[in-house]
Design a protein around this ligand. Structure first.
Ligand SMILES: Nc1nc2c(ncn2[C@@H]2O[C@H](COP(=O)(O)OP(=O)(O)OP(=O)(O)O)[C@@H](O)[C@H]2O)c(=O)[nH]1
Ligand SMILES: [Mg+2]
Length: 455
């Protein structure tokens, strides 16, 4: 399927040693030949040096390298030429303009990958993984995206699809021999096959919360009463002096959000205004902001100074506890400023983490706990087990699960075999949509909306 020629700069604009330009589609070899000399398709996939010129004016633009990928053995499945030019602010733009003058159209975001999907070079899950790999900001995101790009998730879903098809085949016997009381397939066998498939769908679905969190970053809110050392901890976790720290209680007013990679996982750390009953209008607004963040959080770090409370070093913060009573996410208690009062430490609750933003003590332990709390299931699964990472995946699996349950309910109710089988068909369709076997245009539009140009 060859379509109109498109061109895009595949590398980001700006000062760099080289830039990569791609053209793909019908007639791109002739188009490239009008701008590059010498130009030859053969030997394919071999780099050669060529002068790049404007096809109309003949003006020399760059001394470049070019490489031809005849379809279908290319990224898009179409004829593709990749041209490496010098980087910087002027050369790549002039090179793209020359190729446009030669007849190429500037590509839409994600258009190359979209063509790859339409031409069967990759499925929709791989296309999403391509975007995730480019967007990865933490090692765990990169590993997960690469696993999905290498068809980890696709292969698992295909196996699952196969199991449901097998189940459909078992049911087909009953459809063909409806009069026989005890058909050729024991009901137990159907039930077992159903239960295995259901467990697998449910298992994958259970990875969705942490999988989606992996793409977006876990929202970790640092809360506690004024002066508890929240901003200091925030800065220590980020490794920069991002938030203002003073000895005056009520220093932080506006919540500050910053991305952070902790133990290889992506987090969005939030420093908040200290929790207390306040008459100050500005501070009250700040505290309301803290509460909004708390409500949306994936995880709360509740801070209290280790020597700040009662004599025993126990938790003494009823105000924060009252604020937190509305919070549904897990709360990790952090005892701060342990450098100040080491004597109190033995009486601290064993699950509390003791840290000092001044000496750095306890920070590694806290980071480990954060990763375990926000991504424990992923840590347990390791990098080999597939995980679903998008709302689109979750919706499709929920649909498949509902159909499998519908199948079992219909069977229990004594519905005839042909009617129960429609549920299995629908479950298979849900998985097909997820992998992207036949994908309607609007789904493609949504998937590729967030892509960068040139991918
Ligand atoms: N010795 C010591 N002092 C600390 C530590 N962490 C914070 N402090 C001090 O405690 C005071 C308050 O620190 P902040 O980080 O501003 O506390 P906060 O919880 O953000 O306070 P608010 O924004 O007012 O709610 C400052 O004087 C810090 O220098 C620590 O680990 N050790
Ligand atoms: Mg603060």
């Amino acid at each position: 399927m060859l379509t109109d020629p498109i061109v895009a700069l595949a590398t980001p604009p700006g000062r760099s040693a080289v830039a990569l330009i791609r053209i793909s589609g019908r007639g791109v070899f002739a188009l490239a030949a009008s701008c590059l000399s010498p130009f030859h398709v053969e030997p394919a996939r071999t780099v050669f040096r060529a002068q790049l010129r404007h096809p109309a004016s003949g003006e020399a633009i760059d001394d470049s390298l070019a490489c031809c990928f005849p379809g279908p053995h290319s990224y898009t499945g179409e004829d593709v030429v990749e041209i490496s030019t010098h980087g910087g602010l002027v050369v790549p733009g002039a090179a793209v303009a020359a190729l446009v003058a030669g007849g190429a159209r500037p590509a839409e975001p994600g258009e190359f990958t979209r063509r790859a999907v339409l031409n069967g070079k990759m499925d929709l899950l791989q296309a999403e993984a391509t975007a995730d790999l480019i967007d990865a900001g933490a090692p765990a995101q990169r590993r997960r995206a690469l696993q999905q790009l290498e068809r980890g998730l696709s292969a698992r879903l295909e196996a699952l699809r196969g199991e449901i098809l097998d189940l459909e085949a078992l049911i087909a016997y009953e459809i063909d021999f409806p009069e026989e009381d005890e058909g050729p397939v024991a009901p137990d066998r159907v039930r077992r096959a159903w239960s295995v498939a259901r467990e697998r769908v449910a298992g994958l679905l259970a990875t969705a919360p942490e999988g989606e969190r992996l793409r977006e970053g876990a929202l970790c809110v640092i809360a506690g009463r004024p002066n508890a050392g929240k901003s200091s901890l925030f800065n220590a976790l980020l490794g920069t002096e991002r938030a203002i720290v003073t000895e005056i209680p009520g220093t932080t007013r506006d919540a500050i959000e910053a991305p952070a990679v902790i133990a290889g996982f992506p987090f969005r750390l939030v420093d908040t205004a200290g929790l207390r009953q306040s008459q100050d209008r500005v501070e009250r607004l700040g505290i309301e902001g803290s509460q909004r963040y708390l409500a949306a959080s994936d995880l709360v770090l509740l801070c209290e100074e280790v020597g700040g409370g009662g004599r025993s070093g126990e938790w003494t913060d009823p105000v924060s506890d009252a604020f937190l009573s509305q919070v549904r996410s897990p709360v990790l208690r952090v005892r701060t400023k342990v450098d100040l009062d080491p004597i109190q430490r033995p009486s601290v609750h064993p699950s509390d983490v003791c840290v000092s933003a001044v000496t750095g003590e306890g920070l590694d332990e806290l980071k480990r706990r954060l990763a375990a709390e926000a991504f424990g299931r992923l840590l347990q699964l390791g990098d080999v087990e597939p995980v679903v990472t998008r709302a689109r995946h979750r919706a499709a699996l929920e649909r498949a699960l509902a159909e499998l349950d519908g199948f079992e309910a219909a069977r229990s109710a004594g519905v005839d075999a042909a009617a129960t089988a429609t549920h299995l068909r629908a479950a298979v369709t849900a998985l097909d949509d997820l992998i992207g076997v036949v994908t309607p245009d609007d789904v493609l539009d949504r998937v590729f909306a967030s892509f960068c140009v040139g991918k």
